[in-house]
Design a protein around this ligand. Structure first.
Ligand SMILES: Cc1ncc(COP(=O)(O)O)c(C=O)c1O
Length: 425
């Protein structure tokens, strides 16, 4: 039996002093029963919970771990900068180096601004677009997550209808829907938000159709509106450039976060020349936005993105896992829906409308030391090897066997009732 006492005690104490015990996307309230909430440490591709149980971590911190937890080279520059200074009265010289690095790497980028979280970057994109156009309306795909600010949080408690009064929704990958939405707000359209692919929770992912991307660009051009690509979740897991640039469609702005500092808190807004004046005009800032340590981590992460074969490795390990899982599932009489890029696996079961098979499978894998999500896309990281994938597959084999044995009796997922479709992130 794997120990769970410390996590249980922590959660009990947390409930007394932290609203809900835990909040936000890392709350395990919607995860399978028995999922631990607190972590003691991480290394490479593994995390250890507060009770010391080790897991192969397929979530990679919900994305930020791109090259492995505690990457030696990145840690070395972090320690070096820590000794010099981190949060000071102004930024370090590294801020300029980092902006130059991003401008050099990302096709559409002529300038960069830094912040902390993805939502800072997406909110700055919106403000920049409005400052540039002098217009109000912002088009967003239904169900797409761009952060937890009042204009976009999926759980609107405490927000006002006015916060979203100028947000208009359209169907992802549906040009007619976007055309109609843009026409409905003609003359007042500031921006259209897009993502590298559709990565909603509790749903199959869908890859970006290049014709759709070109169509979105054309609609933005026709309305003189700003095209924003939100790379916060998928950045550098599909391409070393902005994913839209890599298929030949340049956005005007792009928002980055998560992977940028391989886990250090830093995000960025990148933009084209014609938006520089608006970006200079808006007032955006934060006490920790200019800290030097996350910037050196980001500079080194970008160097590794440019100079190593990390992306080819992510693709190889992700594809290996995907192919092997498909075979494994089939051999046990299950069908899997594995959608989106292999570097960001989304695994749902066929004939599982209320997600009970997926939850059961993930719960058993978790008990055996493999951290999977039954409702959110996962993230392959660069520390993972094919041997890690084989080890993960041993654990999924146990989970499939258990699911097969209990197929007729798997109970519905208590954590999902009554709102099974509630998209939380
Ligand atoms: C596509 C996308 N945009 C924005 C965000 C917000 O990022 P953060 O949680 O760092 O504010 C996320 C977070 O998951 C995201 O996936």
């Amino acid at each position: 039996m794997r120990p769970t006492k410390r996590d249980g005690n922590l959660l009990e104490r947390a409930r007394a002093v932290i609203p809900g015990g835990m909040y936000g996307h890392q709350s395990t309230a919607r995860m399978p029963e028995g999922t631990p909430q607190f972590f003691g440490r991480s290394h490479g591709t593994r995390v250890w919970d507060a009770d010391g149980n080790c897991y192969i971590d397929m979530m990679s911190a919900y994305g930020p771990n791109l090259l492995g937890y505690g990457h030696a080279g990145i840690d070395a520059v972090i320690r070096e900068q820590m000794a010099l200074g981190d949060t000071m009265t102004g930024p370090g010289p590294v801020m300029v180096d980092l902006a130059e690095a991003l401008v050099g790497m990302i096709g559409h980028a002529d300038w960069a601004m830094f912040c902390k979280n993805g939502a800072d970057a997406t909110s700055m994109a919106m403000v920049t677009a409005r400052a540039h156009t002098g217009r109000r309306k912002v088009l967003i795909a239904k169900g797409a997550y761009h952060g937890a600010a009042p204009w976009n949080t999926p759980r609107p408690a405490g927000t006002l209808p006015e916060d979203r009064a100028h947000i208009v929704y359209f169907e992802y990958n549906d040009l007619q829907s976007l055309t109609d939405a843009a026409r409905a707000v003609q003359g007042d359209l500031a921006a259209v938000f897009a993502t590298p692919f559709r990565h909603d929770t509790f749903a199959d992912q869908s890859v970006l159709d290049p014709d759709y991307a070109r169509g979105v660009r054309a609609i933005c051009d026709a309305h003189d509106a700003v095209l924003v690509v939100d790379e916060v979740r998928a950045g550098f897991r599909l391409s070393r450039d902005c994913t839209w640039d890599s298929i030949g469609v340049q956005p005007d702005l792009s928002a980055w976060g998560k992977v940028l500092g391989n886990g250090q808190p830093i995000s960025a807004l990148l933009g084209k020349e014609h938006l520089r004046a608006a970006a200079s005009e808006i007032f955006v800032t934060g006490s920790f936005w200019f800290s030097a340590v996350p910037m050196v981590a980001a500079l080194e992460t970008l160097r590794l993105v440019r100079e190593t074969d990390y992306l080819e490795k992510l693709t190889e390990t992700g594809t290996y896992l995907r192919d092997a899982l498909a075979k494994q599932a089939q051999s046990h009489g299950f069908g899997l829906r594995q959608t989106g890029p292999a570097t960001m696996p989304m695994i749902l079961f066929e004939e599982d409308p209320d997600f009970r098979f997926g939850y059961h499978w993930c719960r058993i894998a978790m008990k055996n030391g493999l951290w999977l999500s039954p409702y959110h896309n996962m993230f392959i990281n660069g520390a993972m090897t094919l041997a890690d994938m084989d080890e993960a597959l041993e654990k999924t084999e146990i989970a499939f066997l258990d699911l097969k044995k209990n197929r007729a009796n798997v109970p519905p997922v208590a954590a999902l009732m009554p709102k099974a479709q509630l998209a939380i992130k």
